[in-house]
Design a protein around this ligand. Structure first.
Ligand code: ADP
Ligand code: ZN
Length: 210
């Protein structure tokens, strides 16, 4: 099954995408994680994307992201499906994706802005496993990853100013994307303000009934 996860920053998209991809044994393709990893590796494109775009809360240009995703989903491990987290983020990206492959289901994880801002204050991430920790999922040892024990870091774009910008861009772009997938009849909504486990069950339920 080829699935897209949509939702504002901080809605738990990444956490859900990771756990559901492990349950279903399909790759989880997070464009945000790809960009962070490229920057970490000092890849020139990765550094440029961070300094010019995502570090400031701006979107990376459509053509760069689309080429990246196109290449990634042509990998043999994507044959029996994948989860896309963080792509598409613009209508142009959604239309390009439509030309590359046929998406089966789009899960829109909703939450209110107040809840999002509260979650960000406590958000830390493991750059090694890409696990996100926060109020709902605290590490066993404060500041360290449960899985690999590396030190957790705060994302460079998780500060109030950049977050405000990220939310603004999200709300500016989301409506046409939702409409695009609604018209195809493949969009479902999930309430992202429930506990992590509840959200996961709801998503799995929607995927199974597809
Ligand atoms: P968020 O938590 O805001 O959803 P992500 O981890 O998905 O963040 O992405 C982090 C940043 O990477 C985005 O703010 C954006 O700058 C860049 N990025 C990720 N995916 C895309 C995309 N599809 N198009 C453009 N930029 C993207
Ligand atoms: Zn880890």
């Amino acid at each position: 099954m080829k699935v897209v996860f949509l939702g504002p920053p901080g809605t738990g998209k990444g956490t859900q995408a990771k756990s559901i991809s492990e349950i279903l044994n399909i790759p989880n393709i997070s464009t945000g994680n790809i960009f962070r990893q490229l920057a970490e590796e000092n890849n020139p494109l990765g550094i440029e994307a961070r300094d010019k775009y995502w570090g400031k809360g701006c979107l990376v240009p459509d053509n760069i992201v689309t080429d990246l995703v196109k290449e990634r989903i042509q990998n043999p491990d994507c044959k029996s499906g994948f989860i896309l987290d963080g792509f598409p983020r613009t209508l142009a990206q959604a239309k390009s994706l439509d030309k590359i492959t046929k998406i089966d289901l789009v899960i829109f994880i909703c939450s209110y802005e107040k809840e999002i801002i509260r979650r960000f204050e406590n958000r830390l991430q493991c750059n090694n496993c890409n696990i996100v920790y926060g109020l709902e999922k605290e590490p066993r040892k404060s500041g360290y990853c449960d899985e690999c024990h590396k030190k957790l870091v705060k994302r460079q774009d998780d500060n109030p100013e950049v977050l405000k910008q990220r939310l603004k861009i999200f709300y500016k772009n989301i409506n046409p994307i939702v409409k695009f997938y609604e018209e195809k009849g493949i969009l479902v909504e999930v309430n992202g303000e429930q506990e992590i486990e509840k959200v996961k069950e709801e998503i799995l339920g929607k995927m199974q009934s597809k």
